[in-house]
Structure formats: structure tokens, C-alpha cells
Design a protein around this ligand. Structure first.
Ligand SMILES: Nc1ncnc2c1ncn2[C@@H]1O[C@H](COP(=O)(O)OP(=O)(O)OP(=O)(O)O)[C@@H](O)[C@H]1O
Ligand SMILES: Cc1ncc(C[n+]2csc(CCOP(=O)(O)O)c2C)c(N)n1
Ligand SMILES: [Mg+2]
Ligand SMILES: [Mg+2]
Ligand SMILES: [Mg+2]
Length: 325
């Protein structure tokens, strides 16, 4: 495989934004930024056997998810994703058509969000596949949904459902068997392989007076702790209010662990004032975007997360996926 031919073949033939001055082909990309707009840049990496396994992930799946997790970080800022760059470390056994298939997976999402691929890097590796995606987006000045914007008495919410991605992973790793034949294993597997970033909800939140947001990569408990720490508040959530798929409890007795600590749901969790919760709830309903109230923000005395269950009240540890534990 020739690196230059590969770059040539993955160069998009059309662009969505006339603001792109120079895309792929020079030392760096150039685009014209607008006044009154803040640029958002994020980068996340996916590594073979850490984030996915090749025996159950197609190249399209890997590409799709590598872009999706980054769009999710833009959504968590309330922004619009616009451009992406892809860095690949590819083992020599990979064929050119497999690499192109990875770009097809990315392109599925890029088309949906009108995003332009504007650059990247390609190197060979003797070991595992590593895919790093950088996404650049924008948000109207002063409208970003920062983690530090939660305040006492806010409503705490989460989009979609939690725990389904972890259930899908457990099924893929054959740690869980769908003994109950009425459970659609494919549904959970798809949630794990093809998460849908919540850009629309992020945009609704950025239009409110104040909203704090975080996306769920490491797990709801971990993300809520990040919100509590950044805002210096205590967050209380109610276990019975957590939105989970009705089949989740049929899969494993420990399904609550998946919901709280499993991660990779790439849903948004955040806080808004009581008044604006009513507005957000209604706007989400109109657009058929699932969103659920799960608790409220308490006092500013301690940065922690409290979980209320039927029987007890406990501190929800910042436990979740951690690469170095
Ligand atoms: N190696 C690094 N060098 C510099 N900054 C980093 C590095 N790793 C993470 N960060 C920064 O730390 C902050 C938190 O990063 P983190 O990766 O935990 O967030 P995230 O992308 O929302 O979570 P996840 O990676 O689980 O999806 C971000 O501002 C990120 O840019
Ligand atoms: C094979 C395999 N084993 C375990 C997991 C679970 N996992 C890996 S990284 C991560 C957190 C988000 O990543 P990051 O913090 O790097 O963004 C989670 C929950 C997986 N997806 N595949
Ligand atoms: Mg990250
Ligand atoms: Mg994030
Ligand atoms: Mg991330």
C-alpha cells in the first residue's frame, strides 16, 4: 500500500463549508473563522483490544465509533461539529480496502452532520490498530454548556437510556448470554457499536440561559462526579428514575452496575434550572428526543454525587472505566 495513494483516495471530492480554504494536501488545513463564534476542538483515540476487538467489529464499525465519540464531546459543549482529522496507526496486515471501509463508517456520520474531513496522519505499526480522531466545531460566543455551570436547585437529566452499551459489550465478549430468548441481543450490540451522538439536545441546551453538560463515555457516575467537581456542587440522583431499556434487567442481575458505571452510552447528562427544564422537556418531546429527569443539584458544601435508592442513600463513587486502574 502506498501512503500517498491512500491519502489521495480518501480525499473528499466535495466540501460542505465554503469556509475551507485549504483541506487535505498542504502542511495544515486552513479555514476562515467567524466573528461571534467560539471554535471547539476535541480529540479521542480508540485502540484495538482496549476499545474494540476485531473479531466483532467491522472496519466500518470502528470508523463510525471513532468519529461518533468525538462528535459526542462537541455535543456535550452544545456545539455544531464541522471538521474532522483522522490519525491512523495501521498494522501491516490491514488492506487498503479495509482502511477505506473505516472511512466509509466515518463518512456515514460525517454526511449526517455535514462534516468535512480536512486532514490527518498515517503511520504503520507492528502491533494494534490505533485510530485518533480530532473534531473541530463551533458554538455561539458565550453559549457553551460547560461542566462548571451546574447550580443548586437545578434539575439533573440524562438523554436516551443508560447501560445498553455496556450490556452490548458484555454480550459481544460472551460474558453474558441472552438466555431469555425474548431479549433482542442485536439491539444492545448496536448501541455499543453505533452510539448516536446527541448533537440536537446539545444544541437545544446551548439555546437556554444556562446549562451544564457532559457526555457519558466512562459511565454516568463518573460523568456526574465531573459535573459536581467542576461546579463545586453536590448532585443527588434517584436510582428508580434512571432510564434503562425494559430488557436490560432480564440480561444480568447486575444491570444497575451497567447503568451507573458501564459507560460508552454517549448520551448527555447535565443540569438546567427548574424553569428551563420545562422548556427543554417540551422541546425534546416535540422533536422526539428522549430525555429524563434523574435528580437535582443540592448545596455547594461538597462536590459529590448522592444516589438515593428505595432503601438507602449513598455516595456514588467516581468509579467507571479508567485506563490506568
Ligand atoms: N494526554 C492529554 N494531554 C493533554 N490534555 C489531555 C490529555 N488527555 C486528556 N486531556 C484533556 O483532559 C480533559 C478531559 O479529557 P477526557 O479524555 O477525560 O474527556 P472526554 O473526552 O470527555 O472523556 P473520554 O476520553 O472518556 O471520552 C479534556 O480537556 C482533554 O482535552
Ligand atoms: C474490548 C473492550 N473492552 C472494554 C471496553 C470498555 N471501555 C473501553 S474504553 C471505555 C471508556 C471510554 O473510553 P475513553 O475513556 O478512552 O474515551 C470503556 C467503557 C471496550 N469498549 N472494549
Ligand atoms: Mg477524551
Ligand atoms: Mg466527554
Ligand atoms: Mg470523549
Amino acid at each position: 500500500m502506498d501512503e500517498f495513494d491512500l491519502i489521495h483516495s480518501i480525499t473528499p471530492r466535495t466540501i460542505h463549508h465554503s469556509s475551507v480554504d485549504v483541506g487535505i494536501g498542504d502542511d495544515a488545513a486552513l479555514y476562515t473563522a467567524k466573528h461571534g463564534v467560539q471554535e471547539i476542538v476535541c480529540v479521542d483515540t480508540m485502540v484495538e483490544d482496549v476499545h474494540f476487538k476485531l473479531h466483532y467489529s467491522s472496519p466500518e464499525d470502528i470508523g463510525y465509533k471513532a468519529l461518533a465519540v468525538n462528535i459526542s464531546d462537541i455535543a456535550a459543549m452544545g456545539g455544531i461539529p464541522k471538521f474532522y482529522l483522522v490519525s491512523l496507526a495501521v498494522p501491516s496486515k490491514w488492506t487498503e480496502s479495509e482502511i477505506k471501509a473505516m472511512y466509509e463508517g466515518m463518512n456515514e456520520l460525517a454526511k449526517l452532520y455535514h462534516m468535512d474531513l480536512i486532514g490527518g496522519d498515517t503511520v504503520s505499526t507492528s502491533d494494534k490498530l490505533v485510530v485518533t480522531v480530532t473534531v473541530i466545531g463551533e458554538v455561539e460566543k458565550g453559549r457553551a454548556c460547560l461542566r462548571s455551570l451546574a447550580r443548586p436547585n437545578d434539575i439533573v437529566f440524562v438523554t436516551g437510556e443508560v447501560g445498553s452499551s455496556a450490556a452490548g459489550l458484555s454480550l459481544l465478549l460472551e460474558e453474558t448470554n441472552p438466555q431469555n430468548s425474548s431479549v433482542e441481543a442485536g439491539y444492545f450490540i448496536n448501541k455499543h457499536k453505533r452510539p448516536q451522538p446527541r448533537v440536537s439536545v446539545g444544541r437545544l441546551c446551548s439555546g437556554l440561559k444556562r446549562a451544564a453538560l457532559n457526555d457519558i463515555s466512562d459511565g454516568l457516575a463518573s460523568e456526574l462526579n465531573e459535573l459536581a467537581e467542576a461546579s463545586c456542587v453536590s448532585i443527588e440522583i434517584d436510582e428508580s428514575m434512571l432510564p434503562v431499556h425494559s430488557d436490560l434487567p432480564k440480561l444480568h442481575p447486575n444491570w444497575k452496575e451497567w447503568a451507573l458505571f458501564g459507560g460508552e452510552d454517549f448520551e448527555l447528562t447535565g443540569t438546567v434550572t427548574k424553569e428551563e427544564w420545562e422548556v427543554l422537556k417540551q422541546e425534546c418531546k416535540t422533536r422526539q428526543l428522549p430525555i429524563t429527569k434523574i435528580g437535582h443539584v443540592r448545596e455547594r458544601t461538597k462536590s459529590n454525587v448522592i444516589l438515593k435508592t428505595e432503601k438507602t442513600t449513598m455516595t456514588l463513587e467516581k468509579k467507571g472505566y479508567n485506563h490506568f486502574k
